[in-house]
Design a protein around this ligand. Structure first.
Ligand code: HEC
Length: 137
């Protein structure tokens, strides 16, 4: 008899633990989604401004650091939209932004600031294209 009660308690305990874990996981996913919109985009905005001024000043080190940060962040944006599904254009635009930041890194390293400036202009244009389609406000 005590054995049965014990087993039941154990099962209940496991169920509660599983529920707690699921809730934790679910809230983790939700906050990651919330973080996408404002925090990640604000960081992208800051790095993009810094990148533009570093390219204008021909500050290779700063420009490369900004472009690298942007590459990482756009990889996240791309993954977000790929997992979300039903947003092929957003995946493609994020990929384009990512590739442009790589192009900026290689041209800055080669001291080719006219190519870097062109790519940075392209990049800012691509931000706007995505916002036109996917940003609600
Ligand atoms: C793949 C699509 C996409 C690309 C590319 C993109 N954005 Fe965004 N951006 C969004 C979406 C969607 C929002 C709205 C998020 C929300 O409000 O939840 C947003 C919002 C923003 C915001 C407003 C954040 C806030 O505080 O509300 C800024 C600033 C921003 N983006 C800057 C940029 C810059 C700069 C670039 C390019 C270097 C860029 N974005 C590229 C999709 C994109």
């Amino acid at each position: 008899m005590t054995g049965v009660v014990f087993t039941k308690r154990l099962t209940l305990g496991r169920t509660l633990l599983a529920c707690a874990l699921l809730t934790l996981l679910a809230s983790g996913v939700r906050s990651a989604e919330d973080g996408f919109g404002t925090e990640l985009m604000q960081s992208i905005e800051d790095s993009n401004k810094s990148l533009a001024s570093n390219i204008a000043l021909k500050e290779a080190k700063g420009a490369n650091a900004d472009a690298k940060e942007l590459a990482d962040m756009f990889a996240k944006v791309q993954t977000y939209y790929a997992q979300k599904g039903d947003a092929a254009d957003a995946v493609e635009l994020a990929r384009k932004c990512h590739d442009l930041t790589l192009k900026i890194q290689s041209s800055v390293t080669a001291n080719d600031y006219s190519t870097a400036t062109g790519a940075a202009t392209d990049l800012s244009r691509t931000c706007k294209t995505c916002h036109n389609f996917y940003k609600k406000s």
